[in-house]
Design a protein around this ligand. Structure first.
Ligand code: NDP
Length: 286
């Protein structure tokens, strides 16, 4: 008598819109490479249906969800328990079923740090870091960045009051300040930054935050959290202004996904083969 194999454990990414997401491809490769029996699909859910559909997914035996725009704060509210890093970020990008209760975590910051320090060998301790943006992505990475003990983390945003609010909220975790696009790099004796992180969605609109090029010196490294095939407007601008190197956000995307996979499956997948497959994939929008 043959015994039927158990059904695969079910995972998904929930967002609105979500059709562009690379998560099914990434988690599909992680599962294949680690021999995990899972399915991973897209769940397009508008904000007004978020709670009902996520609750139904877990009631029907779903094991975990990645959460993307615009649901990360709603997911933080829905989770019965939150990890410390999700609590600090005020946003959840990973939901798991823990013995019938929802646990919310945020792997964006860990993903960024793994990419910067592990893959790109960028030293964050004592670094002067400029973070552009004050939205969900910025909020998720400030705590982990301050945990690496930079000399200073300056947050600048189009709406500078949002940057000031974030700097205030995180002030107990390290030397964090705020500024505006108009003032940063225009001080009396401007010093270039060691690292400039673009956490705005300007690249998605084909523009660049209008900051002074004095922020960039010949050893400045620039990083755009946005990703697509090839360079972004920000990475092109950075190299034109003399940055030492400029990277896009693929590494962060893969590392935050690997961290979610590890939470769910207890196995840490290799990200390098998946990066190679993405770069070799036919061109499509990210
Ligand atoms: P949000 O919508 O939460 O925040 C958007 C931010 O961008 C705000 O600070 C906003 O400023 C700013 N902004 C929007 N348009 C412009 C513009 N034209 N010029 C300057 N600033 C602008 O988005 P997220 O924080 O979720 O995402 C931001 C970026 O990070 C996106 O490109 C996203 O793809 C990327 N990301 C990448 C991840 C990865 O794994 N690589 C993970 C998460 C996000 P204001 O407050 O003034 O409106």
């Amino acid at each position: 008598m043959t015994t039927a194999s158990p059904p695969p454990d079910r995972y998904a990414v929930v967002g609105f819109p979500v059709a562009h997401s690379w998560s099914p491809f990434i988690h599909g490769m992680f599962a294949q490479n680690t021999g995990q029996h899972i399915t991973y699909r897209l769940m397009e859910v508008p904000p007004q249906r978020f709670v009902a559909e996520v609750s139904a997914f877990f009631r029907a035996g779903g094991r975990g969800l990645n959460v993307t725009v615009p649901h990360k704060q709603a997911a933080a509210q829905l989770a019965k328990f939150r990890t410390a890093r999700a609590e600090i970020a005020g946003a959840v990008n990973t939901l798991s079923d823990e013995s019938g209760e929802l646990l919310g975590d945020n792997t964006d910051g860990a993903g960024l740090i793994a990419d910067l320090q592990g893959n790109l060998q960028i030293k964050l301790a004592d670094a002067r870091i400029l973070l552009l943006g004050a939205g969900g992505a910025a909020r998720g990475v400030i705590g982990p960045l301050l945990g690496c003990a930079p000399e200073v983390l300056l947050i600048a945003n189009r709406d500078s009051s949002r940057a000031a609010q974030l700097a205030h909220e995180f002030s107990s975790l390290g030397n964090v300040r705020s500024g505006s696009f108009e003032t940063v790099g225009k001080e009396k004796d401007p010093q270039p930054y060691d690292l400039i992180l673009n956490a705005t969605s300007a690249s998605l609109q084909n523009t660049v935050p209008p900051i002074s090029s004095k922020c960039i010196g010949d050893s400045t490294i620039c990083y755009d959290m946005a990703y697509g095939h090839g360079s972004t407007p920000f990475t092109r601008w950075a190299l034109e202004k003399g940055a030492a190197r400029a990277h896009t956000g693929w590494g962060m995307l893969l590392e935050q996904a690997a961290e979610s996979f590890y939470l769910w499956r207890g196995i840490r997948p290799e990200t390098k083969p998946v990066m190679a497959a993405i770069l070799a994939a036919p061109k499509r929008s990210a």
